[in-house]
Design a protein around this ligand. Structure first.
Ligand code: MG
Length: 423
């Protein structure tokens, strides 16, 4: 069959829960010891199946993808620009925002096209400029874990030892601290201690917009002497970020307030951030990220790569994107090293000298391990969803923006999979 005749014949989804080494704390709550993802398989009449991935899962996500079959069965997977308007026309999208669904389908279609042509996805995007994408260490405060016996990360010493261990095992030279959990003075001490412990490396801090403008300025000025990559989402909103930017001598980055082209245009007219973190899901696919990166290249706005908690399929999209971007001067973010396993054949992709090589095979270059898929689909069925925006150690608490009700840095907790108990 010629590729000109190829048509989508089915869209299949599987929700999986893959364990993390430990429950990871963030400004809105916690990743409760696992990532829940929807793995999408798009079949064609050429016998080629493409892979996609989306965050979250369960009946609602699977129903949403099932609903797309009416639109996409019979569609040519090569027709990627048409795909955008077919399911995510911006005015129709006011009634049914399908951007993240579109992203997963776009990944799968690029995977199909690459396999049909026998070339990796990066070759479809202009060709790779490098063989691997450098990543940052992405350090989290975390609970001690029951399943793997992982130690807690809460104190300055625990955090520094975690960073040293990750540097030793993965080779990171850039380190991101996910903050907004404990009082700013505690996180400031932690961040400065990282810098002192790892001389020559660079650092970035991201409290997920939890700070007031005044707190964000105080914290930013207190770290201005360090080797910062950037200061990520210290406060909420373009208007808040613009005020912090005027008062702090560090480049500001975001993955919250510039996540589409309208916001990108607004930021260019009246800058609020200096570095835009591209996310292959948030922006609706790999190709929109490439377009946004080209705008940023022209306007000399910085870019980096955001992580929304990926398994190997999504990680592959980040790698194919990362290797073709001429203006990617920062290490990318990934939660990947916090996972204990993956659903792709051959096991987790490996870090070498802080970087991961882009897969060499056709398409995205990753395929599913059916046994692992079944294992982690069963784990999802057993454990179900978790409340991302709640802290198991603080029942009844929820985050406000700005926040001022911080977790207690003196209190140790042990997490058992569904609840945290004080030690
Ligand atoms: Mg962020």
């Amino acid at each position: 069959m010629s590729i000109a005749q190829m048509r989508i014949t089915d869209i299949r989804t599987t929700t999986v829960a893959v364990p993390l080494e430990a429950a990871l704390r963030h400004a809105n709550g916690c990743h409760w010891g696992r990532f829940i993802r929807t793995i999408v398989e798009v079949d064609t009449d050429a016998g080629i199946t493409g892979l996609g991935e989306m965050g979250g899962g369960g009946e609602s996500a699977e129903t949403s993808f099932r609903g797309l079959k009416n639109y996409l069965v019979g569609h040519d997977p090569f027709a990627l620009e048409a795909l955008r308007f077919l399911i995510a026309n911006p005015t129709a999208g006011l009634y049914n925002n399908r951007t993240q669904l579109l992203a997963a389908i776009e990944f799968a279609c690029l995977d199909i096209v690459g396999q049909a042509l026998g070339v990796p996805v990066h070759a479809l995007l202009g060709g790779k400029l490098r063989d691997a994408v450098p990543f940052a260490s992405y350090l989290f405060f975390r609970f001690g874990g029951d399943s793997t016996g992982c130690h807690e990360v809460r104190t300055v010493d625990q955090l520094v030892s975690m960073a040293r261990a990750l540097k030793a095992s993965c080779g990171f030279t850039s380190h991101k601290l996910k903050g907004g959990v404990f009082p700013p003075r505690h996180e400031l001490a932690c961040y400065r201690a990282l810098s002192e412990a790892l001389p020559g490396d660079s650092f970035r801090y991201d409290p997920n917009a939890a700070f007031s403008i005044e707190e964000a300025i105080r914290f930013g000025r207190a770290i201005a002497d360090l080797t910062n990559d950037y200061y990520e989402d210290p406060t909420w909103g373009l208007n808040g970020m613009r005020q912090v930017r005027a008062a702090v001598p560090i480049r500001l980055a975001t993955n919250t307030v510039v996540v589409n082209f309208e916001q990108l245009a607004t930021n260019l007219r009246d800058p609020a951030v200096d570095v835009v973190l591209l996310d292959t899901t948030f922006w609706g696919g790999i190709r929109p990220c490439l377009k946004a990166a080209a705008v940023c290249e022209t306007m000399q706005t910085g870019i980096s790569v955001h992580s929304s908690g990926e398994l190997g399929v999504q990680l592959a999209t980040m790698l194919h994107l990362g290797v073709v971007l001429p203006n990617l001067t920062f290490a990318a973010d990934a939660h990947y090293h916090h996972l204990v396993d993956d659903v792709i054949a051959g096991g987790k992709l490996k870090y070498e000298n802080g970087a991961i090589r882009v897969p060499a095979g056709p398409g995205l270059g990753v395929r599913l391990d059916r046994d692992k898929m079944e294992t982690y689909a069963a784990l999802y069925r057993r454990l179900g969803d978790y409340r991302y925006d709640r802290d198991p150690a603080r029942p009844g608490w929820f985050a406000t923006v700005p926040n001022s009700a911080w977790a207690n840095p003196e209190a140790a907790f042990w997490f058992d999979g569904n609840s945290a108990r004080a030690l």
